[in-house]
Write a protein that binds this ligand. Sequence first.
Ligand code: KG4
Ligand code: ZN
Length: 386
Amino acid sequence: MIILGIETSCDETAICLIEANNDSIKILGNELYSQIELHKQYGGVFPMMAKREHAKTLTPLLEKCLHDGGFLHNKKNDLLGSKKEKIKEILNREENLFAAFMELIEKIERPDIDAIAITNGPGLEPALWVGVVFAKALSLAWDIPVFPVNHMEGHIIVASLDKKTEKEFVFKKINYPAIALLVSGGHTQLVLIQEPLKYKIIGNTRDDAVGEAFDKVARILGLPYPGGPEISKLAEKERVEYPNKKTKYPLPRPMIHSHDLNFSFSGIKTAVLYTVQKIPALTDTIRQEIAKEFEDAVIEVIVKKTQEAIREHGAQTLIIGGGVSANKKIRSDFTQLANDTGIELMIPEISASTDNALMITVAGYMNIISGKKPETDFVAKGNLSL
Ligand code: KG4
Ligand code: ZN
């Protein structure tokens, strides 16, 4: 089965094409355009700009992806005549996208694709909508069924991929019950998975998400967006240079003793702000020391809560997903936890941790083979839950 997956929930435009057979997949094309450089000047993601960029980028990315997969064949496509009005209607808010879309679709042969997977939430709603209407227009043009995919489910499922060669992966067998820790720019959740594709949120943040806290603390320290990788780099340097230093800037471990599985990260961000305000001159050395203390504090909390969730539910598999799972210390601390407890750990490769289209494509595939039906009338939902 050939599946095309599309992701536009935040500031990454991504398209992926896979061939899937039972429990193995092969990547035929995988394109990603990151808007980070554009948003950097504003210190965060600007939703309307993200939407505009997705609209500009989707068609060329699709063309490149089809080309890489050997699916791009020039041939005047006359069948579209009667469908053109309907496609125009679907893309009615995206004039430029419609023009670029028609130009491509009318000059190429319908590719032999069986299904389209598209993120319909959660994320920035204007950004999600562009992807959703693009997928619907493609579906109509080529008569290919569309499967809406939950972005967070994508983060979970991509973690179960085991790389065999550069482009080939097999799905590892998840033993249930499993616990997923989702840590991204918008989410911090503990999820109980008792059977495939059934999710129960058992822990959540009351305020900021972990990634959001990294980004906000980075801004307080005068570091560029996105802050996660920046903080992580500094923290790492501090650990190498001063392995045994006791910090002069201790931070709280919020809710670590709350006896539930919920989180709160806005207080720690405020604590960093107050700490910084008291420092007469913020030097690189101090930045580095605070970055490490912040990273330690956050990771201590998420490791402890995850351990509690594993114990409470007798979990057999631990899945870590979301952009923050690219963090080196998170990866090594959870590897340690897995070694200590014997639980099986699934964590995506770094390139598949932050937003990408492979995760959406494989989640679409899993839904298809579990019997989910294609949809036509779905909408983009910024706050879509698992
Ligand atoms: O999943 P993701 O790519 O987008 C959302 O769905 O939100 O996650 C992005 C978040 C950002 O907050 C970013 O700062 C954080 O992941 N992040 C990291 C690292 N790499 C990305 N946080 C900590 N350490 C990292 N190495
Ligand atoms: Zn994400």
